[in-house]
Design a protein around this ligand. Sequence first.
Ligand SMILES: C[S@@+](CC[C@H](N)C(=O)[O-])C[C@H]1O[C@@H](n2cnc3c(N)ncnc32)[C@H](O)[C@@H]1O
Length: 353
Amino acid sequence: MSVPLLKSLRALADPTRLRLLALLERDELSVLELQEVTRLRQSRISTHLGLLVGAGLLVSRREGKRVFYRRNGEMAADLRELVALALRGAKAEPGHAADLVNLRRVLHLREDQARLFFNQVAGRFDRSYGPGRSWQAMGQLLLRMLPPVVVADLGSGEGLVSELLAQRCRRVIAVDNSEKIVAFGAAKARKNGIRNLEFRCGDLEDPPIAPESVDVVILSQALHHASDPARALAAAHRVLRPGGQVLVLDLLRHTFTRVRELYGDHWLGFAEGDLERWLELAGFREIEITVVAREEQPPHFETVLAVGQRAGGARTVIGPSSARAGHAGADTPTRLQGENPPGADGERSRHTR
Ligand SMILES: C[S@@+](CC[C@H](N)C(=O)[O-])C[C@H]1O[C@@H](n2cnc3c(N)ncnc32)[C@H](O)[C@@H]1O
C-alpha cells in the first residue's frame, strides 16, 4: 500500500474526522459553520480539518479571513472507494441525522443573510449602490446585443459613445466640427487600436457622409448645438439607408440659461413636441419620444430620447448597409426583436405613426 494511502487511512480512522467529512461531502463550509453544526470546539475542528487536508481528503479555499473546506473532488479511484466505505459507516452513526438537521439550519441562515439584505433594499435597490453594478459595466452588457451595423455619431466629441459602439459595430463614423476634438479623438482611437472608427471633421447639419450609407445615426447631446435642429435631422435622414434609425439623446426643454456660457449650448433643450415635429418634417416614421432620465441634483436636467425610422425598411429593422452593397456572411440584415422597452417609473413615452 502506498504511503499517501496509508496517511489517508490513518486520517479516516477517527470518528470525529469521519463526522466532519460526512458533513463536507456535499457542501462547502467554514470552521464557524462546522462549529455551529457540531458544537465541537473550534480548535478541535481546525486540527481535524488540517489533518484531512494533509491526507488529501479535503481541500480548502480562503476568502478574506474565512477558510472554507470541501471534499477533494480529485481523489484517486482507490481512495475514493475507501472514503465512500468509511462515509457509509459515518452516516450510520446515530448523531448523523441530527448533524444534517443542523446543517440545513446553518445553510438556510447563510441564504437568509443575502435575502435579508435584498429584502431591506427592495423598492430602492435600483437606486442604491451595488458593488460592480455600474452603468459602464451594464453598457458593456447591452452592447453585446447590438447587431453589426454602420453608425454615424454626429457631434461625437472625442468619441465616448463612438469608441464604445466600435467594439460591436461594423463601422463607426464620428463627425465633429471641432478640429481639435477630431484630432484628439482620432489619435485616441489609433492609440487604442480601434480600426473601425473613423473621425471626420464636419458639421452635423451637413455631415461629410454619403447619402443612404449608414444604418444608425446618433446625436448624443449634440443637437442642442445645432443652429437649425430641423436641418440636422433632415441630414440624418439623408445619410440613413431606408429602414435605418436615428437616435437622439438630448436635454428636455429647461430654463437653466447658464448652459450657454458653461457648455456653449445653443438651445435650452427641446420640447418633446418640437422634436417630434422636426423628425416628421425630416421624413421619419415610427417616431418615439421618451424621457429616459432625470438628474437628482438641481437644476434637475431631464434627458429625452427621440427615435425615428427612415421609411423603406421594415419597422425597427437595423440592417447593415454593407449588406446592400453585396457583402455576404455577417452582413445578413439583423432584426432587432420586440416592441418598445418597458418604461421606467415616471417615464413618459409617446408614439406617433
Ligand atoms: C456635449 S458634446 C457631446 C459629445 C458626445 N456626443 C457625447 O455624447 O459624449 C457636443 C459635441 O458636439 C460638437 N458640435 C457642436 N456643434 C457642432 C456642429 N454644428 N457640428 C458638429 N459637431 C458639433 C462639439 O464640438 C462637441 O464635441
